[in-house]
Design a protein around this ligand. Structure first.
Ligand code: UDX
Ligand code: UDX
Length: 427
């Protein structure tokens, strides 16, 4: 099949690579000329394990093309997949400005039958609204079907998540359109769930809100563990062994960030408000996540105590999670800003970020960052940090204190090396 993908971001690029690998001919387009120029040369603008290899392989095999001329490919391809961003607007609603500009372009290009697949995360009712909008702009209803097919990939494991998804959700008005979309994924071994479009749109928001709820829940339990001197790692393990609960997304730490959870929790809340419904649980999830950075800040100030000099703090990790270069809504960056505001000297290192926040000194390796440091914060669980040369770190630091913002280090090993270890919910 010939597929035109609009938007070469994390979702668009990963989907383009996997669909080409399945055997389709994919034209991935983006308004950003610089990005497309790079992609045409095989330079991938984002860091995602395995993505470069899959893209270049399919480019070489003549199955994957990058272009800025989305109109041309929209006109030629029977399948059009929308993967533009839907960021949070100021009021928390999903900003649909990019989706609207795609609809305007679509209205000018649809002259043959199309299946328009919405991959971006959009509020309930978007597919219906798009359908009405296209008709109002003069497109014959008989020429197109809009299908909601949300993406559940995680950054850092995007290829794996797309090739081996837990499920593929397809929301359609007509069963035939759903079957056509299902056929696109024919080589993937997974379960397909066919729903109506509203249900598919809500499944995506509800999934992300539920995962965010699990994280805020475990972070709140970690606060009780702190008070009672119990280990959250054991409590989490015990909870997760119950199959009704499940072990994943029960890892306490600095809280969730990224381009999805914060925005989708807000957008779900906004969609509820639009119908006069107040989501109390979702409000609490947000509040706990916001205050999680302060829990760590308090632990840091408490450890440093009152001092006459300007404490020097090393922060390892800036991205919102490991194995990505994405810093959107990063809790690590939020913590750094608060540390700077407290008057501390912040020396940061991240394998893929080196120029965010001018008030922070960016170091070229993790060991440079800890030189003469009064305290080291692990803000992102990169494996290079977990496997650091701890005797070397200890020798370089002024005070051997580690604040583990991701509860990812071996507490007893660090204590054996002579560190004072501070996690969340770790006695
Ligand atoms: C995606 C989804 O689309 C979003 O709804 C979901 O919740 C998270 O993942 P992501 O791939 O992270 O977003 O977005 P981003 O990295 O911002 O990429 C979007 C791309 O679309 C950009 O490269 C942008 O230049 C491009 N774009 C935007 C177009 O090509 N056309 C437009 O009209 C607008
Ligand atoms: C998320 C969803 O998982 C994915 O299905 C959706 O398509 C996009 O949004 P992503 O944001 O890329 O994916 O990463 P994810 O692995 O979900 O992590 C999100 C945040 O939660 C990160 O900041 C991570 O550090 C944090 N997290 C995750 C925890 O704090 N504890 C956990 O147990 C799991």
């Amino acid at each position: 099949m010939d597929i035109c993908i609009i938007g070469a971001g994390y979702v668009g690029l990963t989907t383009a690579a996997v669909l080409a690998d399945i055997g389709h001919t994919v034209y991935c387009t983006d308004v950003n000329e610089q990005k497309i120029n790079k992609l045409q040369q095989g330079i991938i603008p984002i860091y995602e394990p395995g993505l470069t290899e899959m893209i270049t392989k399919n480019q070489d095999e003549g199955k994957l093309f990058f272009d800025t001329d989305s109109e041309r490919h929209m006109a030629d391809c029977p399948f059009i997949m929308i993967a533009v961003g839907t960021p949070s607007a100021r009021d928390g609603s999903a900003d649909m400005v990019y989706v609207k500009s795609v609809i305007a372009a679509l209205s000018q290009t649809i002259h043959s039958p199309k299946i328009i697949i919405m991959k971006s995360t959009v509020p309930p009712g978007t597919a219906d609204w798009m359908e009405a909008e296209l008709q109002q702009l003069g497109v014959d209803k008989g020429l197109f079907e809009i299908v909601s097919n949300p993406e559940f990939l995680r950054e850092g494991t995007a290829i794996e998540d797309t090739v081996h998804p837990d499920r593929i959700v397809i929301g359609a008005k007509q069963n035939e359109a759903a079957m056509n979309v299902q056929e696109l994924y024919h080589t993937l071994q997974t379960q397909f769930l066919i729903t109506n479009r509203l249900e598919a749109e809500l499944i995506k928001y509800a999934s992300n809100a539920f995962l965010a709820t699990k994280i805020s829940f475990i972070n709140e339990i970690a606060r009780i563990c702190d008070a009672y001197h119990a280990d959250i790692m054991e409590v989490s393990r015990g909870i997760g062994m119950d199959q009704r609960i499940g072990a994943r997304f029960l890892h306490a730490g600095l809280g969730y960030g990224g381009s999805c959870f914060p925005k989708d929790v807000n957008a779900l809340n906004d969609a509820a408000q639009a119908k006069g419904i107040r989501l109390n649980l979702v409000q609490a999830v947000k509040k706990i996540n916001r205050s999680q950075v302060d829990i760590y800040l308090n632990k840091i100030t408490h450890s440093l105590g009152k001092r006459s000099d300007k404490p020097r703090i090393a922060v390892w990790g800036a991205t919102f999670k490991e194995n990505t270069d994405d810093i959107r809504y990063s809790q690590a960056i939020a913590l750094m800003k608060k540390l700077v505001r407290k008057g501390y000297g912040v020396y940061a290192y991240d394998p893929l970020v080196s120029s965010e926040l001018s008030s922070v000194v960016w170091c070229s390796n993790p060991y440079e960052a800890v030189e003469q440091a009064d305290l080291l914060v692990i803000a992102t669980a990169w494996s290079a940090f977990i496997e650091a040369d701890w005797p070397k770190v200890k020798a370089l630091m002024k005070r051997p204190v580690i604040v583990d913002g991701r509860n990812c280090l071996d507490k007893s090993a660090l204590e054996m090396y002579g560190f004072d270890y501070i996690g969340v919910g770790r006695p």
